[in-house]
Design a protein around this ligand. Structure first.
Ligand SMILES: Nc1ncnc2c1ncn2[C@@H]1O[C@H](COP(=O)(O)OP(=O)(O)OP(=O)(O)O)[C@@H](O)[C@H]1O
Ligand SMILES: [Mg+2]
Length: 400
């Protein structure tokens, strides 16, 4: 297979990250990375088109300089509390004489499962077939060729507010980049941070960024829940800013340099910053309280009270806030499930800067693109996705 170029842009609330790469036979080589502080974004959504466009342009130029070629098109990450999801079922009869399930039957079943009524101001972002059953036999991953009279498919459908998507795509195009696909952030982060075993047993992923916490839960190797909480690292910073009476930027700097939630880490010491003396215990207590609340809210998103049974593999935390020392220990103490920090896998090329939980999402988009292509070969239901993605099919090709 020929090497092909791919790229992804994560337009986050805190940072904008462009990654240019190429890929062959599933491997990934990073050629250029551009990370700049975000502007014009709030809680994952565009609030100032011009500012966001300029910041995106800077990030793209930075990546282009290292890669040595111009970026034409990229995958774009999407988040925000306007995103909703639901599981839906589609059932069809196989009436042909041979009663063998064909590829076209899968598509017919998916189309029925996808026909949800939606207000005009919403668009479908992803339709993910979760699993099939043939004549009541559950858990079939690929029913093509099986004999049956009835085919059921479970799908996970993710929808978004049209105006939020349009604002984001407008900024990307204004920055001179076409859009290959839109990817809901936690799907991408999951691609980079979760193991196959975790997805099989049951796991919840939380990408805790600056403005949003993006959540996805998996079991039996399929996704069954996604959601977005409009609280994340900025709230922690805000609490520090109010609690210690200092400006937001200074609070964010102090948070990143000094705060910790490692149990027993905060002794009575104090530290001096910009001529002010601060107490460690005060800082750590403020951070711990908000992060503890955030972790509890994350797990409450699961559609079951008995969450330890739903997610025996526990919680995987990514996003910039996962850099907070002790966050995994605090999580397992509070939630009583296994908790670990997820980072992108090791990559070839100019990738040092990507070795950070904050970059899980952008790397995950590239892997999502590669894996969806590969999946199309072994999983006929994904054939459409290889031709332009579920999004292009359902949302209308964003390039048009
Ligand atoms: N060492 C650290 N300790 C605590 N928080 C940290 C640390 N390093 C980074 N952060 C926080 O991570 C957040 C940024 O994370 P990230 O880069 O994943 O956000 P984003 O992708 O731009 O935003 P979003 O996904 O919410 O739109 C900021 O709130 C920042 O303060
Ligand atoms: Mg993010």
């Amino acid at each position: 297979m020929k090497r092909r170029q791919i790229a992804a842009i994560d337009v986050g609330t805190s940072k904008i990250c462009t990654v240019m790469a190429d890929t062959e036979n599933g491997d990934l080589r990073i050629l250029g990375v551009g990370v700049v502080a975000s502007r014009g974004m709030q809680k994952g959504m565009v609030v100032n088109l011009n500012e966001a466009k300029e910041a995106i342009r800077e990030s793209v130029s930075m990546a282009e300089r290292t890669a040595g070629y111009k970026l034409k098109s990229a995958l774009i990450g999407v988040t925000g509390k306007h995103i909703n999801s639901k599981n839906n079922r589609g059932v069809i009869s196989i009436t042909r004489n041979d009663h063998l399930v064909r590829q076209s039957d899968l598509q017919r079943a998916i189309d029925i499962a996808s026909s949800i009524t939606m207000p005009q101001d919403r668009k479908v972002l992803h339709i993910i077939p979760r699993n099939y059953s043939v004549d009541g036999q559950e858990g079939v991953s690929n029913p093509v060729g099986m004999h049956g009279f009835r085919l059921d498919v479970e799908t996970h459908i993710i929808t978004a507010a049209s105006n939020s998507i349009e604002n984001l795509t407008k900024c990307i195009r204004a920055a001179g980049v076409e859009i290959d696909d839109l990817v809901f952030n936690p799907l991408a982060s999951a691609e980079a941070a979760l193991t196959d075993e975790e997805r099989e047993k049951g796991v919840i992923l939380a990408d805790i960024g600056g403005g949003t916490t993006d959540i996805a839960a998996f079991k039996g190797n399929s996704i069954y829940h996604t959601s977005v909480l409009p609280i994340a690292g900025s709230q922690v910073t805000h609490d520090i800013s109010v609690g210690l009476g200092i400006p937001f930027e200074m609070a964010d700097d102090i948070k990143q340099r000094y705060s910790s939630v490692i149990p027993g880490e905060c002794n009575d010491a104090s530290f001096v910053e910009s001529g002010h003396t601060f107490s460690y215990p005060d800082l750590c207590e403020i951070v711990r309280m908000r992060v503890e609340e955030l972790l509890r809210l994350t797990i409450l998103e699961l559609p079951s009270d008995d969450y330890s049974k739903m997610v025996p593999s526990g919680l995987v935390i990514t996003g910039g806030t996962a850099n907070l020392p002790g966050i995994a220990e605090l999580g397992s103490e509070v939630l009583r499930i296994p908790v670990r920090v997820g980072t992108p896998p090791n990559l070839f090329g100019v990738s040092d800067i990507l070795n950070d939980p904050a970059c899980t999402n952008v790397v995950g988009m590239l892997l999502w693109s590669i894996n969806n292509r590969d999946a199309s070969k072994s999983h006929p239901a994904n054939e459409e996705s290889a031709k332009g993605g579920f999004i292009s099919r359902m949302f209308g090709n964003p390039k048009n």
